[in-house]
Design a protein around this ligand. Structure first.
Ligand SMILES: Cc1cc2nc3c(=O)[nH]c(=O)nc-3n(C[C@H](O)[C@H](O)[C@H](O)COP(=O)(O)OP(=O)(O)OC[C@H]3O[C@@H](n4cnc5c(N)ncnc54)[C@H](O)[C@@H]3O)c2cc1C
Length: 410
């Protein structure tokens, strides 16, 4: 696996030249300071292994643009459990992490078309078994929770009273601040330009500024991960998923409503404070090979979003589009993250924490805790992450929920 990596720094090639020119050391390096890298850094530091965290600082990163929905309704039990364990952080942020995460409890409704009611019913039962506060609600109950919602096509929905949304940038920033307080070093504007391997082991990271020797690297670079992994022979199936969101002004006398996902209209919606509504669509999100090719969101997004939100919340026709924005996340073929060691299908010492496929904000606290345990105590310390292992792309194993919904992004 020894290979020359052209990295544009003008420094001697790696690994031979790297080992001569290396001028820093770290016990472990986390590449990427989005919410996943930040959560991992905090939990590693808490476990006595404070990392060096590098970020190239990109304004379109997923965390900075995330809608921040915090809900537990999933078809895969492992995802529901990670979201549930993460909810405890969002609810008790000051005690568990320190600082703020901006959690706002709104309640959460999962709306489905009639054809998905069997899955909804089974998934609510699965989530209740985990311990999640969730229940089936009738159309009349949905109307009571959301007086301004058009519920004509809704027979049954799932309701989570404890869910809501948080502020993703603040969440990541307070994870990083807490990690620093526990001895981690965070370097913004220091992009990793190459991962360095010697034989079958990771030995370092080359950044734009310096060469850092380390026996462990965690790749948490979101949509940018595949590009860093490719030169060392890791073909991560991660593409750049571009997702638009819109803020719509809300008439002052419009009633309250919970955050909701609406499979029938392929959209999710949440209040943003008292005056705005945030909307994203599950279809029509462009997928590109490289995040660096992304210059804009979907061309027809604003027309589609306005048309659709007004069908579900007709009073928003009196509001108006306030703004729209887009962000980029790493999308895998099964829309599930890749978490765990790269070996045996990659070098020893490299860990993957990437490909969160448009749903990785709400689970970041529990994922970071579980992955830190895995890194410190070995893969068997976090069996709940096994399902997300990189090995699933090297054999017959697939992620298959018992009562699957269609893929959320289509
Ligand atoms: C618009 C939008 C809305 C979303 N809404 C929700 C939601 O409501 N709920 C939910 O749970 N999830 C949501 N998601 C998904 C969620 O935000 C992401 O899955 C999550 O933020 C991913 O975090 P991350 O740390 O893996 O990636 P990122 O936040 O993208 O962080 C990766 C970091 O790596 C850095 N980096 C890249 N290359 C390098 C390099 N070479 N060297 C050093 N650093 C590098 C980048 O600058 C970036 O900061 C949304 C995503 C988007 C885009």
């Amino acid at each position: 696996m020894r290979r020359w990596v052209p990295d544009g720094t003008g420094r001697p090639p790696v690994p031979g030249g790297f080992l001569q020119s290396m001028n820093a050391r770290a016990d472990i390096v986390v590449v990427g300071a989005g919410v996943q890298g930040a959560s991992l850094a905090f939990h590693l530091a808490q476990a006595g292994l404070p990392p060096l965290v590098l970020d190239r600082t990109d304004v379109t990163n997923a965390t900075g643009r995330s809608s921040g929905l915090v809900r537990m309704h999933y078809d895969l039990p492992e995802n529901a459990a990670l979201a549930w364990r993460s909810l405890a952080y969002f609810q008790n942020w000051a005690d568990m992490v320190g600082g703020h995460c901006g959690f706002t409890r709104t309640g959460f409704l999962q709306l489905v078309p009639a054809g998905l009611i069997p899955q909804l019913t089974a998934n609510v039962a699965m989530q209740q078994d985990i311990g999640i506060a969730t229940q089936l609600v009738t159309s009349a109950e949905v109307q009571r929770l959301a007086p301004d919602m058009n519920v004509d096509d809704i027979e049954l929905a799932a309701f989570e009273p404890d869910s809501g949304y948080a502020d993703p940038a603040t969440t990541a920033a307070s994870f990083l601040a807490a990690a620093r307080g526990l001895g981690a070093t965070v370097r913004a504007n220091e992009p990793a330009v190459a991962l360095v391997v010697d034989g079958d082991r990771i030995v370092g990271v080359r950044t734009a500024q310096r060469d850092i020797a380390t026996p462990m690297v965690v790749l948490a670079a979101g949509a940018w991960s595949a590009r860093l992994a490719a030169p060392i022979g890791l073909d991560l199936p991660i593409r750049a998923w571009v997702h638009d969101t819109a803020y719509i002004a809300r008439p002052p006398d419009m009633g309250a409503f919970p955050t909701f996902i609406d499979f029938a209209r392929a959209m999710y919606v949440r209040p943003e404070g008292a005056h705005l509504v945030l909307v994203g669509l599950e279809d029509g999100n462009p997928v590109m090979d490289s995040p660096d090719d992304v210059r804009r969101g979907a061309a027809d997004f604003t027309d589609r979003v306005v048309e659709r939100i007004v069908q579900r919340l007709p009073r928003l026709a009196e509001g108006g589009l306030q703004s729209s924005n887009y962000g980029v996340d790493g999308l895998t073929p099964d829309q599930q993250p890749i978490i765990g060691p790269a070996s045996p299908h990659g070098p020893e010492g490299l860990w993957l924490d990437t490909g969160f496929s448009g749903t990785g904000f709400k689970t970041a606290p529990a994922v970071g805790a579980a992955l830190a345990r895995m890194i410190v105590d070995g893969p068997s310390a976090s069996p709940e992450l096994a399902v997300f292992g990189w090995d699933r792309f090297h054999g017959p194993r697939r992620i298959e929920p018992l009562h699957p919904y269609p893929p959320i992004w289509h």
